[in-house]
Design a protein around this ligand. Sequence first.
Ligand code: NDP
Length: 299
Amino acid sequence: MTTEQTRLTLNNGLEIPALGFGVFQTPPDDTIAAVTTAIADGYRLIDTAASYGNEREVGEAIRRSGVDRAELFVETKLWISDYGADKAQVGFDASLRRLGVDYVDVYLLHQPTPADFDDTIAAYQVAEKMVEAGKARAIGVSNFSPDHLTRLLEKVDVVPAINQVELHPYFTNATVQHAHATLGIVTQAWSPIGGIHRYRPADAPGSGNVLENPTITDLADKYGKSPAQVVLRWHLDQGRSALPKSVNPSRIAENIDVFDFALEPAELAAIDALDTGLRGGPDPEQLNTRTFPFAVDNS
Ligand code: NDP
C-alpha cells in the first residue's frame, strides 16, 4: 500500500488528506472494527457526525489505533436539532465528549435549515468560537447550496473551509463546485461512489448503480482497477475530498488503493457527462426540524 496520499490545503492553511473514511450507517457495534481497519490501511481522515450515533466508537478506535492523534483528522457534524447559539454549544461539547478528544480537526454544520436560517447562522457562529478556543482546527458546512453559502457569508466572519455535499458520477453538483472554486471552499464528496443509489429505495430518483456503468467499468478494465477505485480517482484528479464508507475489510483496503494511477482529462470528462442532475439524497432546501424531527440525545 502506498503512503503517497493526496492532500488538500484548506483556506485557513490546514492540510488534510483528500481521501477520508465515512461511517454513516455503520452500526456502533461495527464501527470500532471498521475504523481500526481503516486506520491500519492508511486512512487518516475519519468522517462521523453526532447524528450517526457512533462518535464514541470512532473515538475508541482512534485511541486503540496506536497512531498519534496529531496524525489523524477527526471530522464531525452538528445536527439541526442543536442549531441556535445555546444548543449548538451543548451539541459541540457533547461531540467532543463522545469522541473523547480535546479538539476536532474539522467541524461541520450537517445541513442548512433554510426556513430557520437565523438558527443555522447562530450555530455557525458557535463553531467560529470553537476555532478561536482551539477546539476545532477548521470549520465548514454540509449540503449548502450556493444560495445558502451567500446567505451565510453575509453574516459570519470565517469562510467555510469545506462544504460536504452529495457528489458522484450521477450527481456532479456542478453549480456548487463552481461556487466553491470562486469562494475558496474545498468540495468534499459524500456518497462518493454513489452509495445513496444502492441503499435508497429503488423508486428514488437517479440512475442505479454507478459501479455498473459501462463508462466506469471500461476504465476499470483499462487500468486494472475496480469501478470504485476509478470513481474515487475521478474525485481526486478533480481536486476533491472524498469519503467512501465500508464495513467490509477488503473494500476498505480497495478504496484507499487509489494512489498509483490517474485518469486522462477526456476520461474525467466522460465521467462528468454521466451526470443526471438528480440528487439521491434529500433536498437541503426542505430540511428543518419540522420536516426532519430526529433529535440527537446529548445526555
Ligand atoms: P458511498 O458512496 O461511500 O457508498 C457506500 C456503499 O457502497 C456501502 O453500501 C458500501 O457497502 C458500498 N461499498 C463500499 N466500498 C465499495 C466498493 N469498493 N465496491 C462496491 N461497493 C462498495 O456512500 P455513503 O452514502 O455511505 O457515503 C460515504 C460517507 O459520506 C458516509 O459514511 C458519511 O461519512 C458521508 N455522508 C454524509 C452525508 C451528509 O449529509 N453530510 C450524507 C451521506 C453520507 P459495505 O459497507 O458493505 O462495503
